[in-house]
Every structure is written in C-alpha cells, then in structure tokens.
Design a protein around this ligand. Structure first.
Ligand code: SF4
Length: 408
C-alpha cells in the first residue's frame, strides 16, 4: 500500500517498530492476535491493527502539503478533516479555517469565499450540492479533494445499483459527513433512503411490506429519503450499501434482514432473488474490517480493562468501543490527558454523549492486563503516550526500550 508523508510528530517510534515487525512476520495479514508488551506489573495487549488508515494519511498529506505550497493564500476545510481533535487543531494552528461544523452548519458563510481561495474536501467526501456551490464561486474541487478512495468505492457501488433500477438503502449515521455525501451521490442516480440501525430498518420494512400507511413514511424518515421518493413504487427493487465505518455485524444483519423481507413479500427463490434484491456485499473499508477483527481477536485475552483512543465523534472508534464494552470495562478517551492519575480517568460515554469521571479504574492486583486500540483517525503518538502514562504509575515497570527490545 502507498506510503504517505505524514508529519513525524504523529508517529511513534515504538508503534512504528511494532507495526513493521508484525507486517514482516505476517505478510498475508492472517494473524489478528494482539501484541503483548510486558512491562512486568502491567501488561499491555495492543491490537494488531489500529491507527491512521489509508484515507486519513492521504488526507493529512494533502492538507499539510497544501499549507506548505500556498503561503499567503486563504485555505479552508469544508468541515473537520478527519474526526480527530488533535489533527484538526494542528491544521487550525497552520491557519486552515473550517467552513462548516461536523453537522454541516455553516461557521463561515460560503458567500465570503472567492475564486482565489483554496477549499479542501475532507476524507469523508462531500455532497454534489456543495461541490456545485464551490465550482460556481470558481473554486476548483479536484486538486484539493482528499475524499478517500474507499468512500468513492461506495459511490461507485451505488451508481452501479442505480443503473439497474434498484432503490438504494444506505446503512449509515444520517448526520455523518460521509453518509450525507454518499446519500447525495446515490440520490443523483436512484431513489435513496438512509437507515441508521436495525430498529429503523425494521420500521422501514413495514413500509416495504405495506403494513404501515405510506403517508407516515415521509414523517418518520424525514430528511432521510431522496426528493420525489414514492413509497408505493420505490421499494419494488432494493440494494444496500453502507457507511464505510459501521459495525460489520450490524451491516450484515441489516442486509440479511432486508433480503428476507423481500424474499417473503415477493416469494423469491435463490434463482430470482436478483429481480428484487441487489446482490451486494458490505461496503465497509479494509481499515474498518481490520480494526474490528483485531479487536475481536484481542478480546479473547483475559484482561481487566480496555482503553480505546480516538475522537469522540469518530464513527469507527465508537464501534471499537462498542465491541470492547460487551466484554469488559472500557474507557474511551481522546487524549492521554484524560488519564488523570492511577486512581482517576475521564472518559466518554458515547451512548449519552457525556464525559464521565471514574475512580479506581485500575485493579489492585498485579499484573494489570490492559487491552489498547485506537480509531483510524488517531495518531499513533497518542497511543504511545497512553502506554507511557499508564506504565509510569508502576515504579517497577520495565522501561519502554527494554520492552521494545523483547519484540525484536
Ligand atoms: S476509515 Fe476507511 S473509508 Fe474512512 S478514510 Fe479510512 S480507509 Fe477511508
């Protein structure tokens, strides 16, 4: 895979060494077991895959290069570059301004832009309407477009389904930038609807089967269906795509459920299923798959707690937390600073969108066993700092260099 020039301050020499060694030993990426860092009184189990993905590194490289090559120019980002507060703050420090917040609310009016300005499109991509707005101002959208190729792959899949006259059901978070962008691209080619989870999918199914009055659909799925959507006709043929960072098991369950709904409604068999249901596999990206599989593998370790590092609005990170929470106490932090002391930690509850302070999060008995991973937009240096902070609470812990040496 292509190597990107990412500022060195995001890298961690410990983690780069571990990733390099694991890659050399497992070229075909078959081993998802965690890496044990044995510090003595504390044992860290580091997920096999975590941290910056292809799309994030690509976006960061383009953004920092753009800043370097365009002194004196006004540079804007459509919204957060990626869902990581440190990276966005670094870009702000380099003079990059944000046009919208994560939910698409304007922070700087588009009317203030001129054709001399540079506007970076983030890794999630953007809507056709915004692309047009920028083009109308005279701002080219090609050169500074950091849309991840794995997001574009979803758009291509949608276009292929649309060409065959299927309606597109998008499994994603309706307010997430990527899902808004995917919805816009999908809706340009076919009737489209967004469902955020299984509960919504089951409601949608009642409109597909005709059990619910069609008129209610427009209220219940307000802002989640494309213009001109006709409930009485547009569910005759459907296909499912998804936001690249959803939970793999959720997406699979939703696609299977909708397939079964169509099979029962139209009495389909294997032979004629494709008449009503597009044969698609999920559109999760490789990083989502690798990171979630690594967490599932890591969870087979008998550990005391898990720490997941990443931005609180990062969809892929929250799914890693969701997986860990099923098994053991899990602390979702966006910075090593959230580890206050050996006694206290501030962490995010993404179900209630609140930060909490928890006391006595580290067990008394030694060795303490901790699982650690991070989201696809989290710099490795933050994970190293988390490890450093935790091991610093144990005076007898081996130094980082000695533990790194054990791995070679
Ligand atoms: S998480 Fe996947 S789709 Fe999103 S930027 Fe990374 S590689 Fe691309």
């Amino acid at each position: 895979m292509k190597q990107f020039e990412v500022p060195v301050f995001y890298r961690s020499s410990l983690i780069s060494t571990i990733k390099k060694l694991r890659k050399e030993k497992d070229k075909l990426k078959k081993d998802f077991s965690p890496t044990l860092l044995n510090f003595g009184p504390v044992q860290i189990y580091l997920a096999r895959h975590f941290g910056f993905c292809y799309g994030v590194e690509n976006a960061i490289e383009i953004a920092f290069k753009t800043v370097e090559e365009n002194p004196g120019k006004r540079i804007f980002l459509l919204s957060e570059m990626i869902h990581n507060p440190q990276v966005n703050a670094d870009l702000s420090r380099h003079g990059v301004q944000f046009l919208q917040d994560t939910y698409g609310k304007e922070l700087i009016p588009f009317d203030d832009l001129t054709s001399d300005d540079i506007v970076l499109i983030p890794a999630f991509g953007t809507t056709l309407a915004i692309e047009k707005k920028l083009n109308d101002i005279g701002i080219p959208t090609e050169k500074y477009n950091t849309t991840c190729p794995f997001v574009e792959k979803v758009w291509n899949r949608s276009a292929a389904i649309a060409k065959k006259d299927y309606t597109i059901i998008i499994h994603g978070k309706p307010s997430h930038e990527e899902t808004r962008a995917t919805f816009s691209h999908a809706a340009a080619g076919a009737p489209s609807v967004v469902v955020k989870d299984m509960k919504e999918t089951q409601r949608l199914a009642l409109y597909i089967t005709g059990e619910l009055d069609a008129a209610r659909f427009y209220e219940e799925f307000k802002n989640q269906y494309s213009e001109g959507f006709d409930v009485t006709k547009d569910f005759a043929r459907i296909g499912v795509v998804n936001q690249t960072t959803m939970l793999a098991s959720d997406t699979q369950a939703i696609a299977d459920y909708l397939k079964q709904v169509m099979v029962e409604k139209y009495n389909l068999s294997k032979e004629n299923l494709a008449e009503r249901f597009a044969d698609t596999r999920d559109t999760l990206c490789y990083a989502t798959n690798d990171n979630q599989t690594s967490v599932s593998s890591m969870l087979q370790t008998d550990a005391d707690l898990a720490i997941v590092v990443g931005g609180y609005n990062s969809s892929n990170t929250s799914h890693l937390v969701e997986l860990c929470e099923e098994k053991l106490p899990t602390y979702y932090i966006n910075s090593p600073d959230k580890i206050i002391s050996q006694k206290e930690i501030i962490h995010f509850n993404f179900h209630t969108s609140q930060e909490l302070l928890t006391a006595d999060y580290l067990p008394q008995q030694e060795p303490v066993k901790i699982l650690i991973t991070s989201g696809a937009s989290c710099p490795d240096i933050l994970v190293e700092q988390v490890i450093e902070k935790i091991t610093g609470f144990y005076p007898n812990a081996l130094p980082m260099e000695a533990v790194a040496q054990q791995l070679v």
